[in-house]
Structure formats: C-alpha cells, structure tokens
Write a protein that binds this ligand. Sequence first.
Ligand SMILES: Cc1cc2nc3c(=O)[nH]c(=O)nc-3n(C[C@H](O)[C@H](O)[C@H](O)COP(=O)(O)O)c2cc1C
Length: 135
Amino acid sequence: MLIAFYSMTGNVRRFIKNTHLAEQFDVHEIRANNKEEPVDEPFILVTSTYGNGGIPGEVQSFLRVNHRSMIAVASSGNRNWGRDFARAGEHISDEYSVPLILKFELHGTPQDREDFIEKAGAIHESIRREKIQSY
Ligand SMILES: Cc1cc2nc3c(=O)[nH]c(=O)nc-3n(C[C@H](O)[C@H](O)[C@H](O)COP(=O)(O)O)c2cc1C
C-alpha cells in the first residue's frame, strides 16, 4: 500500500513525516513533474485544499490517471475557511466514492496523526486479508 500526498507549502509533507508511516509504507509525493505518472499500488491520498474548497490541480491530474487505485482520502485545510475547511477531501470522496478518513488543520495535531495511523493500519490490514481470501 502507498501513501500518496500533495503539499504546496509543506503542511501535508510535515504531517506525513511526523506520522513516520514511511517506515511501514511506500510514500509518494505528487508533484508537477510526476502528476500524470501511473502508480501501481492501492493508495491513500492526503491532500491540501486551495481556493474555496478546491482540489489542487496537480491532484486532479494525478486522479485522472490513478483514481481506480485510490482506497481513501484525507485532507488538510485551515478552519478560517469555514464551510470550505479541508473541503478538497469531501469533493474527492463524493466524486470517486472513497471514504474521507480525516480532515485536519495545517500539519495536524498529535491526535490527528494517531487517528490517521490507526485508520491507515486498518485499511492495510483489510487489503491484506482480501488478498489472502482471493487465493
Ligand atoms: C490561496 C490559499 C487558498 C486556500 N484555500 C483553502 C480552502 O479553501 N479551504 C481550506 O480549508 N484551506 C485553504 N487553504 C489553507 C491550506 O489548505 C492549508 O494551509 C494546508 O495545510 C496547506 O497544506 P500544504 O502546505 O501541504 O499545501 C488555503 C491556503 C491558501 C494559501
């Protein structure tokens, strides 16, 4: 399983780093120069939100190619944006029918990280079980 993330100003990058999930999973940063490359593993997407709840353009491009492998989404934002807080995650969840597992502010709190680690672990375990059952 992969954690794919997008970060423009570093908050999501810092969140991912502080979870230490790179020790357990492959981590893929979506950037302007790789946004249309296919990934060949199921992934959880973590993205920030820009412009009235919008999905960053790089993430939109990435999802056009890779949405079929997406298992879940988490999103960062800033509560100053009111109803548009971290709304990129809601839009992605609606458009691609994947669960929104976490909305967090900026680079997240220790509790946010704990929640994300727990959910990512549970998702990974359920994929592993499905694989075993399909043999
Ligand atoms: C121009 C601009 C627009 C933003 N729009 C939103 C928004 O609509 N909703 C929201 O929750 N946060 C919004 N934010 C806040 C970012 O999503 C937030 O700072 C996030 O943590 C950035 O993550 P990143 O540094 O990993 O890109 C905006 C920030 C900027 C600079």
